[in-house]
Design a protein. Structure first.
Length: 172
């Protein structure tokens, strides 16, 4: 396993549409292992493959609390089914948009169809944080960031700040 560098906004790779995975093999599992280690190291609760620069439809996640056992989850080729009409609002953040958090409204519940770590098809009913987190990560597969759900003013402000920080870091 290895920690991979995380791609941060406004890197254009984050706008790519990720491709479906043909099959879940050892090579893909190695990517998922690296993604999980990278996410834990950051630390974060969810990561899409494009965030380490690989444009495939793979997501890793762990929503276990600090004093709980780790509960890694792997989603390959995930699809969202039956999003609820009732919505919920959570404060979101993203490893690709460092040090910025804001509230986003999304369907409160949904069903997710996906392949697991072993390539087996699974269906999961999600609500609460899990529903929000999977929808946030699914957005990454379509080249969408959570800041795209905010006003243009807020989005431009955070992107400008990130660009400036990256310029400063590069000049060091
Ligand atoms: Ni994110």
């Amino acid at each position: 396993m290895a920690i991979r560098p995380i791609v941060t906004a406004p890197d254009p790779r984050l706008r790519e549409i990720s491709k479906p995975v043909d099959r879940v093999d050892d090579e893909l599992r190695a990517l998922m292992d690296d993604m999980l280690e990278t996410m834990y190291d950051a630390p974060g609760i969810g990561l899409a493959a494009i965030q380490v620069g690989v444009p495939v439809r793979v997501i890793v996640m762990d929503l276990a609390g600090e004093d709980e056992e780790p509960l890694p989850r792997f989603f390959v080729n995930p699809e969202i089914l039956d999003p609820s009409e009732d919505m919920s609002i959570y404060e979101e953040g993203c490893l690709s948009v460092p040090d910025f958090f804001d509230e986003v409204e999304r369907p409160a519940q949904c069903r997710i169809k996906f392949l697991d770590y072993d390539g087996k098809e699974q269906i999961l009913d999600a609500k609460g944080m899990l529903a929000t987190c999977i929808q946030h990560e699914m957005d990454h597969l379509e080249g969408v960031l959570f800041i795209d759900h905010l006003s243009r003013l807020k989005r431009e402000r955070v992107l400008k700040k990130l660009k400036k920080e990256q310029r400063l870091a590069a000049a060091e």
